[in-house]
Ligand binder design. Structure first.
Ligand code: ADP
Ligand code: MG
Ligand code: ZN
Length: 623
């Protein structure tokens, strides 16, 4: 339906409404009065004759049943006079006919016949016209709503976003140096295709940007177009798959036709997994998607890459893509766009802070250290959230305090201050979190505490301890992994020591500890019993949650037993540590219960007063 040439596109939508309104007005003023059903007034035969004699008749219709008279004042009265024609042989009837002859009144043709064309017009033609006009108007406005691209080249572009220049450059993409390096060649190719074709080199037709959501894949694609100063055509995979079969395929055709017309340029297919899903997974085959994918493959094979069209695509699920897409000559290059490391995070924060007024002493290092695993989009969000908070607080610049709050909100969810927690519950949470924090501090290898809070969050957490890594770790030792598990068990251990009973509050800790312990055995090969063997198959690179055990049932059972043993051992260690420092635990938990929030510095101050022998590393030294 979108394939009609859109040469009428320039007519604004309201023009159609005006035309429609005009038609309705014409109908109502010219035709409708005539349409109004006239009255048929029955009168006696003698009255009828009388009217003829009085010269009131304009025309008379005679048939075997009745006489119908159209009076001279019909236009104003809208009345026909009718009388029965009992028998033509009757003297009176014959007399009436001669009277009509005498008066020169026509009676040999039907008087209403003149309206027959009007009737056809009104009964058939008009409704059709109105339906067609309505349909066209609806289609137009629908297209408009769904499309709305930035600007359009050539014909039908209702769904293809084309930008003459994206306005993004590599300077807008922080970190991701490796990905950028891989893309530099593509930029060069777009600028000097001759250089490559002269030597006989075939350039890749397409590159696939692979990485978790929010890491800047779309941004990178735009930056490539911006750096090469070429137009950018983009379509999102989910837009291909429509309710009408065949639309996706025609859209692909359109996209490539336009791209070739505008070469050199970049064609970007976002979320390509929506169409590029493997065709042989058996589940819910989708004709429309297959057609679209086939069309895409055909187009990629068909076009001549020396023209200077480069196809970029992005996905966060490379593992589901159809093999055919990844074959040489199609998306044969894979560019990994991974989550930023600590330095990358600082750079991204700086990029997004460019247009935000900041206090000169804000420290992005601290933010970066507190946000391992955050994507570029998360960090952008943190900056923006901090700016909003500064406005709310009536400040003119964003300070570290707003940044810290923003991290919490993005990571843990908004504070839920009005949530009622009984004092008993609050006390339990205070002990739980202090348990985590104290174990963290007592274990020498772990990260300094940055903040402890027992204010419930909208995400459902009742409190948490925020750590700040001194340095991003790439390799973890077994000792560090075990310490992590001990910290996770610290909350529950603390509850047990103080209250002699445990609560449901530790379920997330348990989940994480279990996964870690299992990974120690099955993925990292750190277990003495099981050794250097992988027992767990990862099903995808980024969907961490789909893992299947890769071992016999007997081994599985042993692994379970050892997982249990590791956690039980860690739990005992946490218990022992906290029992040894019960006085400190009580004191800090009491302060936390009162204040609800403790910064890392406040915590360390309390700790060093209570435990003068133990020196704690602070968060901000030795980076
Ligand atoms: P993806 O397509 O990988 O899901 P996007 O490219 O849409 O992610 O990124 C979303 C936003 O996050 C971008 O508009 C950008 O503002 C920000 N962002 C992500 N990664 C980076 C980065 N490396 N440098 C700067 N900003 C980034
Ligand atoms: Mg994207
Ligand atoms: Zn906990």
């Amino acid at each position: 339906m979108n394939d009609k040439p859109g040469n009428k596109k320039k007519i604004p939508i309201f023009a159609y409404y005006i035309i429609l309104l005009g038609i309705v007005l014409i109908i109502s003023y010219t035709m409708l009065p005539k349409l109004m059903e006239p009255d048929y007034k029955e009168i006696s035969f003698s009255e009828f004759v009388q009217k003829v004699e009085n010269d009131e008749a304009q025309q008379v219709e005679v048939n075997s049943k009745q006489y119908t008279m159209k009076p001279k004042d019909f236009e104003t009265s809208n009345v026909y006079y009718v009388t029965g024609n009992i028998n033509n042989e009757f003297h009176e009837s014959t007399a009436l006919l001669s009277l009509l002859d005498e008066k020169g009144i026509k009676y040999d043709s039907p008087i209403v016949s003149s309206n027959i064309w009007l009737e056809i017009l009104i009964a058939y033609v008009l409704p059709t016209v109105i339906m067609v006009v309505l349909f066209v108007v609806l289609m137009r406005s629908m297209n408009k709503r769904m499309g709305g691209g930035v600007m359009s080249f050539g014909k039908n572009t209702s769904k293809i976003y084309a930008e003459k220049s994206t306005g993004k450059t590599f300077a807008d993409v922080a970190g991701q140096d490796e990905a950028k390096q891989n893309l530099v060649e593509i930029i060069d190719f777009l600028n000097n295709p001759g250089k490559y074709t002269a030597i006989g080199a075939k350039l890749p037709k397409g590159a696939l940007l692979v990485g978790p959501p929010g890491t800047g894949k779309t941004l990178l694609a735009k930056a490539v177009a911006g750096e090469a100063k070429v137009p950018f055509f983009s379509l999102s995979g989910s837009e291909f798959v429509e309710m009408f079969v065949g639309v996706g395929a025609s859209r692909v055709r359109d996209l490539f036709r336009q791209a070739v017309e505008n070469a050199p340029c970049i064609v970007f297919i976002d979320e390509i997994d929506a169409i590029g899903k493997s065709r042989d997974n058996g589940l819910g085959s989708n004709d429309e998607r297959e057609q679209t994918l086939n069309q895409l493959l055909a187009e990629m094979d068909g076009f001549d890459s020396s023209k200077g069209v480069v196809i970029l695509a992005a996905t966060n699920r490379p593992e589901v893509l159809d093999k055919a897409l990844l074959r040489p000559g199609r998306f044969d290059r894979r560019i990994i766009v991974d989550l930023p490391d600590q330095k990358g995070r600082v750079d991204i924060l700086k990029v997004h802070a460019r247009n935000v007024l900041m206090e000169p002493d804000v420290d992005f290092e601290v933010v970066a250290r507190a946000t391992p695993g955050a994507s570029g989009a998360d960090l952008e969000n943190i900056i923006n959230e901090a700016a909003l908070r500064a406005v709310r607080a009536g400040k003119v610049r964003v300070s570290q305090q707003e940044l810290d709050e923003a991290i919490e909100v993005i990571i843990a969810g908004e504070e839920k201050k009005n949530r009622v927690m009984s004092n008993e519950e609050k006390k339990i949470v205070a002990y739980h979190e202090t348990g985590h924090a104290l174990v963290t501090s007592l274990l020498t290898h772990t990260e300094p505490v940055h903040k402890i809070t027992i204010i419930p969050r909208t995400s459902g957490t009742l409190g948490y301890v925020m750590h700040v890594a001194k340095k991003e770790k790439v390799l973890l030792t077994k000792k560090e992994l075990l310490e992590e598990i001990i910290i996770l068990t610290g909350g529950r251990a603390s509850e047990e020591i103080e209250f002699d009973s445990v609560t449901t509050g530790a379920s997330n800790d348990i989940e994480r500890a279990t996964e870690m312990a299992r990974n120690i055995i099955t993925t990292y090969g750190m277990s003495d019993t099981f050794g250097f063997v992988n027992w767990q198959k990862k099903n995808s690179m980024y969907l961490v949650d789909t893992k299947t055990m890769n071992c016999s049932d007997a081994t599985f059972a042993k692994i379970d037993a050892e997982t249990h043993a590791i956690i039980a051992d860690c739990y005992q260690k946490a218990l022992a540590l906290l029992k040894d420092h019960k006085a400190t635990l009580d004191a800090i938990a009491a302060v936390l219960y009162e204040k609800e929030n403790l910064t890392g510095d406040e915590f360390r101050k309390l700790f060093s007063e209570l435990e003068p022998d133990i020196v704690l590393a602070s968060a901000d030294e030795g980076v």
